[in-house]
Design a protein around this ligand. Structure first.
Ligand code: V55
Ligand code: FE
Length: 484
């Protein structure tokens, strides 16, 4: 088990009126809600994926310049079974064959989920998400787990992506599940859920091969499903191995479906080895569909091994910000790929001003490590230059970049953009997110002006402990949900 900053925490937290350095911007009322993982019991395998950690939801609640914090485990059947047994019953990531016989659930793999990836609020409900399960409804006030949600029985996929998208004009929730009918199944079900939370469309698709479809993209007219590198099979799972292996020979494929289309309307484009875990955004311009995303040349994650035995190389597994253009009029199945920032590997947790989801936009946000900035190894320990110390504000039109630096003892998690006002122009608002403070062994939430990132943060919320690993977070203003 990890020690130091990444040692398991295993407690639930309520912190009232957190310490604040600086001044919380006026009007920043709502909640920053995030999900991540922690091992309630140690993993069975030392080389398992951290994506297999128990889910933990937490919330910074902002009210008139004051901030409360709350953190709770997501109580899935797996969490409760482990708690009852007092030990880890579950094996490798997404492999029920590797679990204790009492919890094998090979025909209902979603019972083995840990909900540790993302949150979404829609139709007055708060959901915590993991791609191998339906969403879990959470109480936005108490963060109690209310249980899995099937949209009144109208949602038939066993799974639901951690990256659903809300159309800013229609308020619809667009979503999908892969391995939709069971372990290693090639079914992908696409859904439109209306503003009121009712399923209004279901399209049953087949993927060219079973792959991790972690994130995707929408436009006003299309949805885009990336299929890449990671493969699995029932045979592999029966051998007791971790769910994914990276196949260098697997083509990268993008399925483009008109939002109002049927299964026969999907068109698959094809290219060489790439990893597309997260996207920024996409748009349809005439007969072109344009996708922008940080993209890897090869296997993004060291814990999902190469099928051919290759050693994972951090220098090769870096994400670069790219633009991919698909021509819907083309006769062949190729596409054009451009690298927008060739010399700047970034963390692939890309975000945008979500009021522009599916639309043409200017600014993309993500974090990255700037090795030319100072790092205080004396106070923070030797992280060998691996820290993520900056947020980047990327102007995707003129390909410039501005940055926020978190300081010489800090490493940042995912950035979130919060508009200053509902009607503010694109990019006018705040960059918020959490940071590990390795010197003080605590977690901080930083707030910086997105138009003046180099001036540093305007406020920091200091937690009196280090919180567990965060994956994705989102900001919800008071108008989006009642947080109590
Ligand atoms: C990702 C994260 C996951 C997962 C699959 O970042 C893919 C990508 C935190 O869990 O299960
Ligand atoms: Fe994600």
């Amino acid at each position: 088990m990890a020690r130091g900053f990444f040692a398991p925490q295993r407690f639930e937290a309520d912190v009232y009126d957190c310490e604040v350095v600086g001044t919380i911007p006026q009007g920043l009322n709502g909640a920053f809600v995030r999900v991540g993982g922690d091992w309630a019991y140690p993993a069975r395998h030392a080389d398992d994926s951290i994506f297999n950690q128990d889910g933990y939801i937490s919330r910074f609640r902002f009210r008139d310049g004051r901030v409360d914090y709350k953190g709770r485990w997501v109580r899935t059947p797996r969490f409760l079974n482990n708690a009852k047994a007092g030990r880890q019953l579950y094996g490798y990531y997404r492999n029920p064959y590797d679990c204790d016989p009492s919890v094998r659930n090979v025909d209902r793999p979603y019972l083995n989920t840990v909900i540790n990836t993302a949150v979404e609020a829609h139709a007055g409900m708060l959901f915590a998400l993991k791609e191998d399960s339906r969403p879990y409804r959470m109480d936005p006030v108490t963060l109690e787990t209310l249980g899995p949600w099937d949209f009144g029985g109208k949602y038939s996929s066993q799974t639901f992506t951690a990256h659903p998208k809300i159309d800013p004009e229609t308020g619809e929730l667009l979503t999908f599940g892969f391995e939709a009918t069971g372990l290693a199944s090639d079914d992908l079900f696409f859904y439109v859920i209306d503003k009121a939370g009712q399923v209004s469309r279901e399209v049953k698709l087949k993927v060219p091969y079973v792959s991790m479809i972690h994130d995707w993209a929408i436009t006003r007219k299309h949805v885009i499903f990336p299929v890449f590198g990671y493969t699995t099979s029932l045979e592999r799972l029966k051998q007791g191995k971790i769910h994914w292996t990276w196949d260098r020979n697997a083509p990268t494929m993008f399925g483009i479906l008109p939002r109002d289309g049927e299964a026969r309307d999907i068109r698959w484009f094809r290219g060489p080895e790439r990893g597309i875990v997260h996207t920024f955004n996409a748009r349809t311009e005439g007969d072109k569909v344009i996708l922008e995303a940080p993209i890897f040349d090869t296997n993004p994650f060291p814990f999902f091994p190469y099928a051919d035995g290759s050693k994972w190389d951090p220098k090769k597994s870096q994400a670069l910000i790219r633009r991919i253009t698909f021509d819907l009029n083309s006769r062949d199945d190729g596409y054009v790929e451009e690298i927008l920032y060739p010399d700047l590997p970034v963390v692939d947790l890309g975000r945008i001003d979500e009021r522009f989801m599916g639309r043409d936009m200017r600014y993309a946000y993500t974090s990255y490590g700037d090795r030319t900035r100072p790092f205080d190894t004396e106070r923070a320990g030797n992280f060998g230059g691996r820290v993520t110390n900056c947020y980047g504000v990327f102007d995707m039109k003129d390909r410039t970049m501005r940055s926020y630096f978190a300081g010489p003892t800090h490493s940042l998690a995912e950035v979130t953009f919060v508009p200053r006002r509902p009607d503010a122009e694109e990019g006018d608002g705040w960059l918020i997110g959490t940071a590990n403070n390795y010197a003080d062994m605590c977690t901080e939430l930083v707030i910086a002006d997105a138009q003046r990132p180099e001036e540093g943060d305007v406020a920091r919320v200091i937690l009196p402990f280090r919180s567990n690993v965060q994956v994705h977070g989102r900001w919800y203003p008071d108008s989006a949900l009642d947080f109590g």
